[in-house]
Each structure stands twice: as C-alpha cells, then as structure tokens.
Design a protein around this ligand. Structure first.
Ligand SMILES: Cc1ncc(COP(=O)(O)O)c(C=O)c1O
Length: 408
C-alpha cells in the first residue's frame, strides 16, 4: 500500500477518531438532540438513554461495579482536578497531606502545586531510572495526615506502567484514598478498579480514538464510599459532582470508543507491541549511543521513547516533520525548549533529556509506516551527527566532561 503523508506517530498526544465512533455520535447532533436532564419528554429520555449506555460501556472496560460511579467531565485534566482538589476539600478535616510522584502529568503536578499554596503538603516521590515508583518509597512518604495517594497508571512520555494493584493494596491497608491517572492507559491495557483497589480513576476520550472535550472520573461508591467536593456548582448534574448540561454526542462517542477498545484490546496491543519492537530494534541496531527511555517491559505497547546522544530532539523532529508527526517530550512541555522533566527524573543528563523522541503508534499505524519512519529517523540522526563536533570529539575518544569550554 502506498504511504500517505504526513505519517502520524504521536498518538500519546491524541489519537485519530475511529469512524465507528463518529458514526455513533452523529444522530445525537441532529435527530437525538435532547437534553439528557429533560425528564418529561422523549427527546430527553432518548438523550439520557445514550448517556446511560455510554456510562455502562465505560464502566465495563474499567471493571466498575456500577455505571453510576462514572462522572463525565471535559477531559483528563478536569478529571484529575476534580479528583485531587475534590478529595483535598472534602477530607480537609482528616488531613492535608498528598503523596504523588515526580513524573505525573502537568495536570496533577500543577494541582498539587496550587494546593501547596493553600496549606496542603505534598510529597513528590522519586522514581527509578526505568520510571517505576518503589512501593516502599510511597509507604515511607505516608503520614497520619495523608488523605490521598495519586499515581499515574502509565506515563505519557516513556510509557512505564506502575504496579497499580500494589499501590491500591497499600492505600486500602492504610485507609487512604487512591487516585490513579489512567488517561494514557484506559482502553490500552487491562484495568480493573475493583481488583486494583482504585478509588478514583481519571480518563479521557481523545486518547482512545474518541472525541476531544470529554473525559470521565470513576468515583467509588462502595468499600469505601468516596466523596469529593465539586469544582463546578450548578444544576446538580452527575450526582452533584459535576454540574452542567452533558455533551451527549461526545459522551456517546466516548462510550462507543471504550466499547471498541474493550473488543480489540488484546489483539491491538499485541499488533502494536510487535510494530513498536520492530521500530525499536531497527533504530537501536543502526544508531550508536541511542538509549531506550522507560521500562523495557513494563510499558505501554504503543510507546517508544529514545534519546539520541549528541543531537537535539528538536533537530531530529525538524528533519522529519514534513512527513512524520512525532514529539520530543510531552505536548505540554514541547512548546518550550526545556528538557523533559520526566526523562530528567529518570536520572538522564539534561543533554539526553533534550535529545529524547517519543514515537507513539495507534490503531491505524501500518507496517509500512513503521519501516519508513525507522529508516528516516536513522538517516536524520546520522546526518545530524555528521555535523556535530561533539559527536566527532566523542568518537575520537575525547572525554567531553574534561573540556574547558571557556577561559576561566
Ligand atoms: C497522563 C495524562 N494525564 C492527563 C492528561 C490530560 O488529559 P486531557 O488532554 O484529556 O485534558 C494527559 C493528556 O495527554 C495525559 O497524558
């Protein structure tokens, strides 16, 4: 099959919409346009039925007992805000301490920073060089004032998957609420809020081939019943946790997207892992001083993150960007030229953090695309290195750390 350009390999920033999702949404823009809270006519009932079905579809892929445990929001960022701020406000009397990790997505870190300005205390637990957080580190961080543990299921840059079930068990033992940011993981890897002991789970539609502008927060109703203060007050929708007219077409699309993920997950992740491994082997066997970031096994099947020493990630992207959409670092930090804080937190030097490239594959990625992107990446990195005096010096055996760059 002929390649179509540009090739999209940045599916951890967002995913292309699945046509089956769009098809499910369309009637809810036109003939089924009712307000889901209109209880006294069929337009409302029809819209409500669409939302109820989506709640069930979503509850099913995360193993929630009751569809009522799903609260629809505008996306992952809002869900995270609702989870962390909602617990912070509701359980203020019980304590003011939160435990999280240094590699959370900006939404979580920025919420925690804000809470710190309002008298809360936050412990940012470090991670190992492979991106895994040690259970003991979380355990040590817990105090008798801890009200929340908040940890991402899978990292958006390096794909490392945390031992969520172990953290869930620890949280249960200590009687602490556990929020998991599942934005990159829901629909991609098997998750079960019951067996993993998750009390709050954030997710978003646009990373599972659904529409942008809709997300959800799972809020446990039993064992324990978790209560959260709302961010948005109003008509009392979503059982008072998130007021505002529900975006029915988006919610219907989210539900359908979740349903499809549930049906194809096993096959899709096996296919993507195989393609990803091929890309990884191609690059690592042809480019020296290229390093895999994240855990070699415990990572998302569609994620590959590599640092290329002696070249700038941005230069690699520029060399490829007419035909391939990739990312250096995460979408929210790549607008600045700061090195990735995630790669930095794994212990890499600033230079290596600056030279990281994230390849993320998706449902519609083909083998031809992988072969092409692999070959072009190798070519571009080699070309950049030919122009790099640092690479030349390193190849001559000069220890770059010993160089005095300016007269002192
Ligand atoms: C791990 C993680 N959490 C939260 C978010 C924010 O989700 P949204 O874009 O739906 O606001 C993202 C977005 O990519 C993410 O990767």
């Amino acid at each position: 099959m002929a390649l179509k350009f540009p090739i999209f390999m940045d599916a951890q920033s967002t995913t292309p919409g699945d046509p089956r999702v769009v098809e499910a949404m369309i009637p809810y823009f036109t003939e089924k346009f009712g307000h889901a809270a209109s209880r006294n006519h069929s337009f409302g009932w029809e819209a409500e039925a669409g939302v109820d079905r989506a709640r069930e579809q979503l509850a099913k892929i995360i193993g929630a007992r009751d569809p009522k445990e799903i609260v629809f929001t505008s996306g992952g960022t809002e869900s995270i805000n609702l989870a962390i701020k909602g617990v912070a406000e509701m359980y203020r009397e019980k304590g003011n301490h939160i435990v999280t990790t240094v590699i959370e997505q900006r939404a979580s870190l920025d919420v925690c920073k804000r809470l710190e300005r309002h008298g809360y205390e936050v412990t940012y637990v470090p991670v190992r060089p492979d991106g895994l957080v040690e259970l003991e580190a979380i355990q040590k961080a817990i105090t008798d004032r801890t009200i929340l543990i908040s940890v991402m299921v899978a990292n958006n840059e390096v794909g490392t998957i945390q031992d969520i079930a172990a953290i869930g068990r620890l949280a249960k033992e200590k009687g602490i609420i556990f929020h998991a940011d599942g934005t990159q993981a829901v629909g991609k890897i098997p998750l079960n809020v019951e067996t993993m002991g998750i009390d709050l789970l954030s997710c978003t539609a646009h990373l599972i081939y659904g529409p942008k502008g809709v997300g959800a927060l799972y809020v446990r109703r039993k064992g324990p019943r978790v209560r959260i203060a709302p961010l948005i007050d109003g008509g009392g929708h979503e059982r008072g946790m998130r007021s505002g007219t529900l975006p029915v077409p988006l919610i219907v699309g989210f539900g359908r997207a979740a349903e499809i993920c549930g049906e194809v997950m096993a096959e899709e992740s096996a296919r993507l892992a195989k393609l990803r491994d091929r890309l990884q082997d191609m690059i690592l066997s042809n480019v020296d001083e290229a390093f895999l970031n994240g855990h070699p096994e415990r990572r998302l099947p569609h994620n590959l993150n590599i640092s290329f020493a002696y070249v700038e990630g941005e230069s690699v992207l520029m060399g490829l960007n007419k035909e391939t959409a990739l990312s250096s670092g995460s979408a929210c930090t790549s607008s600045t030229l700061e090195p990735s804080y995630v790669i930095g937190a794994l212990g890499a030097s600033a230079e290596l953090a600056h030279s990281s490239i994230r390849f993320s594959l998706h449902r519609f990625t083909t083998e031809e695309e992988v072969e092409h992107v692999g070959a072009r990446t190798i070519e571009v990195v080699k070309r950049l290195r030919e122009m790099s005096p640092l690479y030349e010096l390193a190849k001559e055996g000069v220890d770059l750390k010993s160089i005095r760059w300016k007269a002192e």
